[in-house]
Design a protein around this ligand. Structure first.
Ligand code: NAD
Length: 692
C-alpha cells in the first residue's frame, strides 16, 4: 500500500481528497491527512508522496521582511509554514513525488530560495481572485517541459483564487517556470530545471482540484494521474515496526539511504555553525521547552513507547519522568559548566578555559530506554552547541521520530537535530561520514566494532555498553525479606532489559535460604501480560530473538546442575513473553553467570564470605555497576572500591543519577555521560592566554 500525504488545515479539507477518485486510488494508494496543528512530523516516514495544498498567505518573514499589505490575512499561520517546509524538505531528500497547489506552489519557490509578489493588484485582484470566488483565465505552456508532456496542451483555461504569485525576478534555485497566465504573465506552473538528482516535482498556481467544466480538463486530470503514477513507482526500503506484545506490524517506515543521510549531514553541518552562535541562555530555554512538551504529551508518548518496546505503560511513564528530571539537571547546570572559566588573572595576563562544541556528532542509540539513553547524549550535545545526527535503534524508531517532533516544536532548529532511520546499515553510513564525535549506546560487540571504525578519524568515540552487574548480600542485613524484594526489582524491572540491571546475585550462606525464599515469593507475586493493562509489572520482551537466547541460558544452566526455582520458558501466547526465571545452585561455568542476559532471568549463588564474594564479583569482562547490601557502610565501600566498575551501590541498585557520571569500565565501555563530566564531554577545551 502506498501513502499520499495531503497537508491541510483541520478546518478546510474538502476538495483535495475528493479530487482523488476511488478509481484513481484503487486498492493500493491511501490518503493521509497531514495536520500542522498536530505537527504530524512522524507520519512523514510512512509516506510515498506529498501534496502541498492551498490556504492562507505564507508569512512574508519567510522570504523577506514583513510590512503590511492590502490583502494580508488578519492572522498568518506560521506554524503551518514551518511544518510544510519540513514536509517539503523531507520529501525532497527522500526523492518522494511532490505536488504543490497554489500556496504549495508558492511555498516551494520560497523554500528553494525564491520570493513572492505579495499582492498582484490593488485593490483586490480581479484577474485571479474576486470576492473569494474562483476566476478563470487562459494560460500558455512551455513547449518541451515536463508539464507539457503530461498535459499535452500548449494553451488552455484554468481557474484561480489567489492574490499572490511567484516573483519572476526571484525564482527558486533549480526551478523553472513552465506555464504563464496569458493576460498578465503570472507564473502558473513550475518544475525542477535539472532533474538529474531530483525526485518528481510539479507545482501549479491554479486549483486543479476544483476546476469547472469551462477549464481545460487535461490540466487537472492528467496531472492527478501522472502524480499517482509517480507515487506507484516509488520503491523505498522499509522497516516494519512490530508490537512485541502481539507480534503484529504496527507500521512500516522508510529507512534512510546513503543519499538522504548525506543530505541530512550537510544540513547539520550548516545548522551547527548558526546554533553555536545562539547564546547559551537561549539554547537552555529551548531545551527546557522540550522538557515541558515531554510533560504535556507524556501519556501519548508513553503509549507509543510501550507499543514498540513492550514495557508496561507505567514504566514508560516513569522513563519519561526520568528523562524530564535529567533534562532539568543538565539544563540547570549548563551555565555553570559551559561558561568560560577564568583560571588566573593578574595585571599582565588573564588565563581562560573556553568550552567549544565538537561540531556535528552521531548519537547511535539503544532501544531499552530510548528517552533516557538518548537524553544523556543529545541534550548536553545540543546545550553545548553541537548538531546531532540521531540514530534511534530500529526497535525504538517511533520514539525517535517523536523526539524529533518535540525538539522542533520546542524551537530547536530542524537543521541541528536530524533522525536517521534504520538498523545497522544506517549506523554504518554514519561511520563513513566525517563526523566530529561518535556517542554510542549498545552492546559490547557493536561498540567494539564502532570504536575500531572511528579510531582512524581521530575524533572522540564514547561507548556505553552492556554489563553483567553483580550484587552481594552480606550476612548482616537486617530485613532479608525487604532486601530480597528490592533487589528482585533491580533484576527484573523492564524485564531485566536495563544496562545496569542486576544480572547475578551472591548471598552470604547464613542468609541464603531466607533470601531465596523471599526472592522467589516476590517474583511469583508479579503480574505478567499485556503491557497496557493496569498492574502489569512484566510486559513483553522487545526482541523476539531474545526468547531463544534466554531459553539457551536456562538449558545450559540446568545441564550444568542449576536448580530452577521459578519460570524457565516462554509463554504460549502471541507476543514475546518470557517467564521471570530464578536459578539457584549456579556456578561460573554457566552462561547465565558470565554472559549478559538482558532479560527476566537471574542466577543466585551462595558464598562463604566477603573474599569469595569479591572474587566472584570480579570474575567478569564487564564493569558497569556493582552493589553491596550490608548494615556496615565501611564494609560495603571497601568491597566496592576493589571492583573495577564505573558505579558502586551501597544498599541500592539499578539506579542512575543525573548528578553522577554514568560510565563503564572494561567491556562496559568508556567515557561518561551525565554529571559535569557528561556535559563537558561534548566540548573541546581551549586555553586562552590573554595579555593586554
Ligand atoms: P546493539 O549494539 O544491537 O545496537 C545499538 C545501536 O547500534 C542500534 O541503533 C543499532 O542499529 C546500531 N548498530 C548495530 N550495528 C551497527 C553497526 N555495524 N554500525 C553502526 N551502528 C550499528 O544494542 P541494542 O540491542 O540496541 O542495546 C542493548 C545493549 O545496549 C545491551 O548490551 C545494553 O546493556 C546496552 N546498553 C548500555 C547502556 C549503558 O548506559 N551502558 C544503556 C543502554 C543499553
Amino acid at each position: 500500500m502506498k501513502r499520499l500525504g495531503i497537508t491541510q488545515t483541520l478546518t478546510n479539507y474538502e476538495f483535495y481528497p475528493k479530487w482523488f477518485t476511488k478509481d484513481d486510488l484503487g486498492e493500493d494508494i491511501q490518503l493521509v491527512h497531514l495536520s500542522f496543528e498536530h505537527f504530524d512530523l512522524p507520519l512523514l516516514a510512512t509516506l510515498d508522496g506529498v501534496l502541498l495544498t492551498g490556504g492562507i498567505d505564507i508569512y512574508p518573514g519567510c522570504y523577506t521582511h514583513f510590512a503590511p499589505y492590502p490583502n494580508a490575512p488578519s492572522d498568518f499561520q506560521h506554524q503551518r509554514d514551518l511544518f510544510e517546509s519540513l514536509v517539503y524538505h523531507h520529501a525532497k531528500r527522500m526523492k518522494m513525488p511532490i505536488l504543490g497547489i497554489c500556496r504549495g506552489h508558492q511555498l516551494i519557490n520560497i523554500l528553494e530560495g525564491g520570493k513572492l509578489i505579495q499582492d498582484l493588484g490593488l485593490p483586490g485582484n480581479h484577474k485571479h481572485r474576486a470576492d473569494g470566488k474562483d476566476k478563470e483565465h487562459d494560460i500558455m505552456v512551455l513547449e518541451g517541459s515536463y508539464f507539457h508532456s503530461i498535459t499535452k496542451q500548449l494553451n488552455g483555461k484554468v481557474n484561480s483564487s489567489h492574490h499572490q504569485a511567484i516573483d519572476p525576478e526571484h525564482i527558486g534555485h533549480n526551478l523553472i517556470p513552465v506555464a504563464w497566465s496569458e493576460e498578465d504573465g503570472v507564473i502558473e506552473a513550475i518544475e525542477y530545471k535539472d532533474t538529474s538528482d531530483t525526485g518528481y516535482l510539479l507545482a501549479v498556481q491554479y486549483h486543479p482540484e476544483r476546476m469547472s467544466e469551462n477549464c481545460t480538463h487535461s490540466f487537472s486530470e492528467n496531472i492527478r494521474k501522472d502524480f499517482l503514477t509517480a507515487i506507484r513507482q516509488t520503491n523505498f526500503m522499509t522497516l516494519d515496526i512490530k508490537n512485541p506484545a502481539t507480534g503484529q506490524i504496527l507500521t512500516s517506515l522508510h529507512v534512510d539511504q546513503p543519499a538522504s543521510i548525506k543530505k541530512k549531514y550537510d544540513l547539520l553541518l550548516d545548522g551547527q555553525k548558526e546554533w553555536a552562535k545562539v547564546p547559551l541562555g537561549e539554547r537552555i530555554s529551548k531545551i527546557k521547552a522540550f522538557a515541558d512538551l515531554l510533560e504535556a504529551e507524556k501519556e501519548k508518548l508513553a503509549e507509543i513507547l510501550t507499543s514498540e518496546v513492550g514495557k508496561p505503560l507505567q514504566q514508560s511513564r516513569n522513563e519519561i519522568n526520568g528523562a524530564i528530571s535529567r533534562i532539568n539537571w543538565l539544563s540547570g547546570n549548563a551555565l555553570k559548566y559551559l561558561s568560560d572559566e577564568v583560571m588566573f588573572q593578574d595585571e599582565n595576563i588573564t588565563e581562560v578555559i573556553r568550552y567549544e562544541p565538537l561540531g556535528v556528532i552521531a548519537n547511535i542509540s539503544a532501544w531499552n530506554y530510548p528517552y533516557l539513553v538518548g537524553v544523556n547524549v543529545f541534550i548536553p550535545a545540543l546545550l553545548s552547541g553541537n548538531a546531532v545526527a540521531y540514530k534511534p535503534s530500529e526497535y525504538a524508531s517511533l520514539t525517535g521520530l517523536e523526539i524529533e517532533r518535540l525538539l522542533v516544536k520546542a524551537g530547536i532548529p530542524s537543521n541541528v537535530f536530524q533522525v536517521m532511520l534504520g538498523g545497522a546499515e544506517t549506523g554504518e553510513e554514519l561511520l563513513r561520514l566525517p563526523l566530529d564525535g561518535y556517542f554510542f549506546t549498545g552492546s559490547y560487540k557493536t561498540g567494539q566494532y564502532i570504536y575500531s571504525k572511528v579510531a582512524p578519524k581521530m575524533v572522540i568515540c564514547q561507548c556505553e555498553l552492556g554489563g553483567k552487574d553483580p550484587l552481594y548480600v552480606t550476612d548482616d542485613v537486617e530485613n532479608v525479606g525487604a532486601v530480597a524484594a528490592g533487589t528482585a526489582d533491580g533484576a527484573f524491572y523492564n524485564n531485566g532489559q536495563s544496562c545496569c540491571a542486576v544480572e547475578r546475585i551472591y548471598v552470604h550462606e547464613k542468609v541464603y535460604d531466607a533470601y531465596l525464599d523471599a526472592f522467589v515469593k516476590e517474583v511469583s507475586s508479579w503480574k505478567m501480560g499485556d503491557p497496557k493493562e493496569d498492574g502489569v509489572y512484566l510486559g513483553a520482551l522487545t526482541r523476539e530473538s531474545q526468547l531463544d537466547f534466554l531459553e539457551n541460558q536456562v538449558q545450559d544452566a540446568l545441564q550444568k546442575g542449576a536448580v530452577l526455582l521459578a519460570g524457565g520458558k516462554r509463554l504460549d501466547r502471541p507476543g514475546y513473553y518470557f517467564e521471570p526465571t530464578v536459578l539457584g545452585n549456579v556456578t561460573h561455568e554457566m552462561m547465565v553467570m558470565k554472559e549478559e542476559s538482558f532479560g527476566p532471568i537471574i542466577g543466585i549463588m551462595s558464598v562463604k564470605n566477603d573474599e569469595e564474594a569479591l572474587k566472584l564479583m570480579s570474575d567478569t569482562e564487564y564493569g558497569l555497576t556493582a552493589a553491596v547490601y550490608s548494615v556496615q557502610r565501611d564494609r560495603a565501600e571497601n568491597l566496592l572500591s576493589k571492583l573495577n566498575t564505573g558505579t558502586g551501590y551501597w544498599n541500592c541498585c539499578d539506579r542512575v543519577s543525573a548528578a553522577l557520571p554514568w560510565s563503564g569500565r572494561q567491556q562496559s565501555g568508556f567515557g561518561a555521560t551525565l554529571s559535569h563530566a557528561g556535559i563537558r564531554t561534548f566540548t573541546k577545551v581551549k586555553g586562552y592566554h590573554l595579555r593586554g
